[in-house]
Design a protein around this ligand. Structure first.
Ligand code: IPE
Ligand code: IPE
Ligand code: MG
Length: 243
């Protein structure tokens, strides 16, 4: 089946394969923007710009395929260590996306947009736009697109536990933590382009039984066909959950 979808052909012809099994929740680590730019002698911000275009394409495609939840890792709690200009460029791109979402993305695709991450530390104008985008799309019934910015899997678990303590809990269960995460509790498939084979603090709790799909393609070059390849591979996996 995969051979039918040569590079770009599906995008050009708008063909869309039918999958027997689709992951309910996919997580995508959008990695490789810097190396993409370096290869072209461009500043890292140019890689992030191109990566943000890929994000728009892939997020839309998730909705069209009928995937219920897609979490996109855009900026980690550790990414603040990067040079100030790079951090500013990334925040600017996030803001542009939110502004665009407000204008038309959401109406056209019927997808929900959510922010997942730590709000403290993010600029007020971005937080205000996040609130608007979430409010504007909350009744949409398409894909729940969670954009992970200032996100860390460890922080997410710590936040859940602190919330439970604040609620007066003295003993907690797995369900308590699952129900207090930023994003949905179980992730079926994690996709990481750029050749790295690590989680980098993404969805630690949710990844307990995730399938992993890695590829050397850099995120700005990632196409809907790469997404289809990951989904074809997912269909073939034998998930046992320890049973
Ligand atoms: C992913 O691309 C974007 C962020 C982590 C914000 P990178 O910027 O990490 O690109 P590489 O890994 O250096 O190529
Ligand atoms: C993970 O990528 C974070 C995002 C893609 C947003 P990094 O580039 O920050 O991860 P490491 O440093 O290679 O582990
Ligand atoms: Mg990276």
């Amino acid at each position: 089946m995969m051979a039918l979808f040569s590079k770009k052909s599906a995008e050009l012809s708008q063909e869309r394969p039918a999958f027997d099994v689709l992951p309910e929740h996919i997580g995508i680590i959008m990695d490789g923007n810097g190396r993409w730019a370096k290869k072209r002698g461009l500043p890292r911000s140019a890689g992030h710009k191109q990566g943000s275009e890929t994000f728009r394409t892939i997020a839309k495609e998730c909705g069209r395929l009928g995937i219920k939840h897609a979490t996109f890792y855009a900026f980690s709690t550790e990414n603040w260590k990067r040079p100030k200009e790079e951090v500013e460029a990334l925040m600017r791109l996030f803001k542009e996306y939110l502004l665009e979402a407000k204008e038309d993305i959401t109406a056209a695709d019927n997808n929900k947009i959510r922010f997942v991450g730590i709000k403290e530390g993010l600029p007020d104008d971005i937080l205000a736009l996040v609130e608007e985008a979430e409010e504007d799309t909350k009744n949409n019934t398409g894909c729940d697109i969670a954009v992970a910015v200032n996100y860390g899997g460890r922080q997410e678990i710590v936040c859940a536990v602190n919330k439970l303590i604040a609620d007066g809990k003295t003993q907690i269960t797995e369900d308590d933590i699952s129900n207090n995460l930023f994003t949905v509790p179980d992730c079926d498939l994690i996709i990481r382009p750029s050749g790295e084979q690590r989680l980098s603090n993404f969805l630690l709790w949710q990844a307990a039984y995730s399938e992993f799909w890695y590829s050397d393609v850099l995120w700005p070059d990632f196409t809907v066909n790469d997404l289809y390849s990951a989904l074809f591979e997912f269909e073939k996996r034998n998930r046992r959950f320890g049973g």
